[in-house]
Design a binder for this molecule. Structure first.
Ligand SMILES: CC(C)(COP(=O)(O)OP(=O)(O)OC[C@H]1O[C@@H](n2cnc3c(N)ncnc32)[C@H](O)[C@@H]1OP(=O)(O)O)[C@@H](O)C(=O)NCCC(=O)NCCS
Length: 411
């Protein structure tokens, strides 16, 4: 294996993911990803014919996000027919998975130039639109394993870990404050580009639309838990509720404490992002100075009912592959799918919370499922450069009980 280099990273702002309300909800998801491709090309000036493959993570691949979205995005960008493209789904890890697969292609010598990232328009293709639920409605699998929705898993984690509502809300408040500071200090400016209406060319969104910089601890504490009614939904073959099905796997929890709210869960948003990955050969021939290299990348599975606890073992596996210790990582991006996930991961790894999500995360900024991994990597890279630091680890929890981790090193 040789090295895979990160040449550049760009992203759209995240728009509120509500149909008719969010600024990006009028834009077809293919067009969002096409604008990412065109922006990277404009910034780096490469000939699109040199791109060996375009890889796009996208979770809800039906309707407007069906039909191999990445290929139509290539065509919508006006790139030559020769440029191939693939869309992939590893749930919330999809955007980072696209980068990992692209980096593997480059490092293996099979590819020289890959554009990899992801997109999700949660306003136009809402979460769950593919009708697969948690398990593709496989009633045979359900006889041995009943998987519950992620909101229930997040509350189960908080219950088992004994987290208080105050601790959970403190993660959310920090996300909002860090995101507000990052926006005020223009820390996202390097990667962010304005999204335009594909028909008129008018700018529709220039900055992240989801953050609530005036969030207070009192405001967060006043919010009602979001997943109580979901937990009471009868879903099991013997009339069990979702809470009862989750507790059947963890009887010692006794009762699920529903702590996650609209304020301390990741936001529903629209957005797209990608990075440009290149081989040693490409970098040498073009005389390009890469911004960073991929040092390690991995995935791992975990128990599927608890579902969201694999970021810690995925991170440990990536560190092992890189020959590093957790203390060697300068910056951590732990996806804020739910505040409890960040707390559980940070504590399990024994890392300094001051190094985690220093510019906010998906609670304040939103989590456009297929795009988030690529956005987090770009944010980490920008922050490494801004602060002169060296290494970052990006990790996300994944539906079905999986985790992903990628370590990048600035050059
Ligand atoms: C938790 C969840 C169900 C909440 O959905 P929602 O009720 O539609 O949430 P909204 O963002 O519209 O917020 C609802 C209200 O909460 C309040 N609120 C939200 N954030 C707040 C904050 N930081 N401070 C104070 N009030 C806040 C507001 O009153 C808001 O209403 P408004 O937008 O009209 O002002 C949804 O965000 C969710 O499912 N998140 C997780 C997504 C997910 O599972 N992703 C995959 C991860 S594995």
């Amino acid at each position: 294996m040789t090295t895979s280099y990160i040449i550049d990273a760009v992203r759209t702002p995240r728009g509120r993911g509500k149909a008719g309300k969010g600024a990006l909800s009028g834009i077809h998801p293919q067009e969002l990803f096409a604008q990412v491709l065109k922006t990277l090309q404009r910034r780096q000036g490469f000939d699109a014919r040199e791109v060996d493959d375009v890889m796009a993570g996208c979770v809800s691949q039906v309707g407007e996000q069906g039909a191999n979205l990445a290929r139509s995005a290539v065509l919508a960008a006006g790139w030559p027919h020769e440029v191939s493209a693939v869309s992939l789904n590893r749930f919330c890890a999809s955007g980072l998975q696209a980068i990992n697969f692209g980096a593997m292609g480059v490092a293996s010598g099979a590819m020289d130039l890959v554009i990899a990232g992801g997109v999700e328009s949660m306003s136009r293709v809402p979460m769950g639109s593919d009708g697969g639920g948690q398990d593709g409605n496989n009633t045979h699998l359900r006889q041995s394993l009943f998987q519950v929705p992620q909101g229930i898993s997040a509350d189960l984690i908080a219950t088992l870990e004994g987290f208080s509502r105050e601790e959970i809300d403190a993660v959310a408040l920090r996300s909002q404050k860090n995101a507000a500071r990052a926006i005020e200090q223009k820390r996202f400016a390097k990667s962010l580009f304005p999204v335009k209406d594909p028909f008129t060319g008018a700018v529709v969104l220039e900055r992240d639309e989801f953050p609530r910089p005036d969030t207070t601890a009192e405001g967060l504490a006043a919010l009602k838990p979001s997943f109580v009614a979901l937990g009471e939904t009868v879903s099991g073959p013997k009339g069990e509720t979702l809470d009862q099905l989750a507790l059947a796997a963890y009887p010692h929890a006794k009762a699920i404490r529903h702590l996650h709210t609209a304020g301390n869960s990741s936001g529903i948003v629209d957005g797209a992002a990608a990075v440009m990955l290149a081989s040693e050969r490409y970098v040498r021939e073009k005389g390009i100075k890469p911004r960073a290299r991929i040092r390690a990348m991995t995935t791992i599975g975990s128990e599927p009912v608890l579902m969201l606890t694999a970021p810690a073992p995925a991170s440990q596996k990536a560190l092992r592959l890189a020959g590093m210790k957790a203390s060697d990582i300068d910056l951590w991006e732990i996806n804020e799918a739910f505040a409890g996930v960040v707390l559980q991961t940070t504590r399990t790894l024994g890392i300094d919370p001051a190094r985690v999500n220093v510019n906010g995360g998906s609670i304040a900024l939103g989590h456009p499922l297929g795009a988030t991994g690529a956005m987090l990597l770009g944010t980490a890279l920008d922050e490494l450069e801004r602060t002169g630091k060296q290494t970052a680890l990006i990790t996300l929890c994944v539906s079905g009980g999986q985790g992903i981790a990628t370590i990048i090193e600035r050059l």
